[in-house]
Ligand binder design. Sequence first.
Ligand SMILES: *Cc1c(COP(=O)(O)O)cnc(C)c1O
Length: 228
Amino acid sequence: MNKLLADNVQDVNEKIQQVCMKSNRNPEEIKVIAVTKYVDLEITKKILDLGLLHIGENRSEQGSAKYEAIGDKAIWHFIGNLQTRKVKEIIGKFEYIHSLDRLSLAMEIDKRAKQQNIKVKCFVQVNVSGEESKSGVKPEDLTQFIKTIAEYDSIEVMGLMTMAPHYEESELTRPIFRRLKELLNIINESKILNYQIKELSMGMSNDYEVAIEEGATFVRLGSVLFEN
Ligand SMILES: *Cc1c(COP(=O)(O)O)cnc(C)c1O
């Protein structure tokens, strides 16, 4: 298992290098979030030993338990649907939240962050594909949404996040990722925030190479790392 995990990490790193060469990007701009929702604490620790320090979890209980054991040796990302009542369990542990998709959630994050006198780095999740099964702000509502959450000063908007539909042919995801980058540019040009947002959280095991070509700065990888 250990050996295999190391091989998977090396394969991913090599692929990222290749895609960056091909698309004229600096590999240092791309951070891999190891999505450890599939694996236990022991394997999560192994992935840290292999040099991946960004850890993604989508369940507050499981994620918090790992946080208690590992703490600040990792950088914690909450990546899945987040119920408002679970926010208090993860604030102060997860430095990043990738699934900010509604005002009630923004209010709760802001409130809990203020209580701890911290800022939380958030990605606004956008439903670019329009699939009903996917959460996220609609592209046409994005400017107004960000304008509103700009009032919450304990939320630092880092950028945008999306999930592409699962296609066998990863090339088909390209328009989704390209659109997310356009939306990022629109937000920056509109100056509704008094700072520029730079990060694009997009690309999973199936489609991260395409996402990097289209400007991803964070890729969220699970199965490609942990499957044999
Ligand atoms: C599970 C998950 C991932 C990782 O998916 P893989 O296809 O296994 O790489 C990425 N992002 C989110 C939001 C997830 O829930």
